[in-house]
Design a binder for this molecule. Structure first.
Ligand SMILES: [Fe+2]
Length: 295
């Protein structure tokens, strides 16, 4: 399986050829750009008349000042509900300073939406918490920081919300790559803490369901009962040319790397995310806020 670590090696091998590109990919795209990706869709099983506009999905890694300015931009887009799709932790060593969870959670607490701000965790939130790795579950510092900042955190939990008298469910999955392998943790292989069946079992009526899942790899297992799955994690591969990402941290390669994917009448939207992991490189996938108009 390719990983972003593999990509860094690949770029190292072709270093001189990549120099000119590198100036932009290191210095400009990850830091100075912010785009808004907009999707308009009517998923099957979505009742007509329910308009749930503008879901903003963010996957932040950067200074608190920049997070705050991204939140301001997201607030100005005026969505009904805002979701955060995980990976708040840095996820790389090439940093001048780590931003403490107390700081990024306070910056994220500036997000405002009529139906609230809802968050799930990503693999890096688990990987950077040694206590959570040792416990093999429970909560990470990220769960606590977000909850203390007044943001709803989901760990295999579904909640019913209502917009203009029409209900819908928001179901948030715990991370699929939460537990690292290693002798230190007494685990032979990577372990997930996701419980898709248990989460969807909490859905008790026919209202449509939006699933929040950090990694898109769960998508083939998501039943048609779920109108829309929202994911992050891939960062579109961080490098993307002509609609293809050469290296994607997914079992399915490029299949769920980025954007709106429809398979067997089921919808998945994968955000390109905001930060970078492993290396501060982005090319062809500028940091983005995702806006979804459903109705
Ligand atoms: Fe991730």
């Amino acid at each position: 399986m390719f990983t972003r670590r593999g990509f860094v090696k690949l770029l190292g091998g072709g270093f001189f050829g990549a120099m000119a590109l590198g100036g932009y990919a290191f210095g400009v795209e990850p830091l100075a750009r912010l785009s808004v990706a907009r999707y308009v869709l009517t998923p099957p099983r979505w009742p007509s008349g329910l308009k749930l506009a503008d879901i903003h999905a963010c996957e932040p890694w950067m200074s608190t000042r920049r997070i705050t300015s991204i939140c301001e931009r997201a607030n100005a887009l005026g969505g009904d509900v805002t979701v955060l799709l995980g990976d708040y932790a840095a996820g790389m060593n090439l940093v001048t300073r780590y931003v403490h969870s107390n700081e990024w959670s306070k910056a994220l607490a500036t997000l405002k939406a009529p139906l609230g701000v809802h968050a799930i965790m990503g693999n890096h939130d688990w990987w950077e918490d040694r206590t959570a790795q040792k416990n093999g579950g429970g909560e990470t510092f990220g769960h606590r920081a977000l909850a203390e900042a007044g943001i709803e955190v989901y760990s295999n939990r579904a909640v019913r919300l209502e917009k203009d008298g029409s209900g819908f469910w928001l179901a948030g999955l715990e991370d699929q790559l939460a537990l690292l392998p290693g002798r230190k943790w007494k685990r032979a292989s990577m372990g997930g803490l996701d419980d898709l069946d248990g989460t969807l079992a909490q859905v008790t009526d026919e209202a449509p369901v939006i699933l929040l899942a950090h990694e898109p790899d769960i998508f083939p297992k998501v039943p048609p009962r779920v109108a829309l799955t929202l994911s992050g994690h891939t960062h579109g591969g961080q490098v993307r040319f002509a609609g293809h990402s050469p290296v994607v941290p997914s079992r399915f390669g490029d299949r769920y790397a980025y954007g709106h994917i429809v398979e067997y009448d089921r919808n998945l939207i994968v955000s390109g995310g905001l930060g970078c992991s492993i290396a501060p490189i982005r090319f062809g996938v500028p940091p983005e806020i995702v806006v979804v108009d459903i109705g």
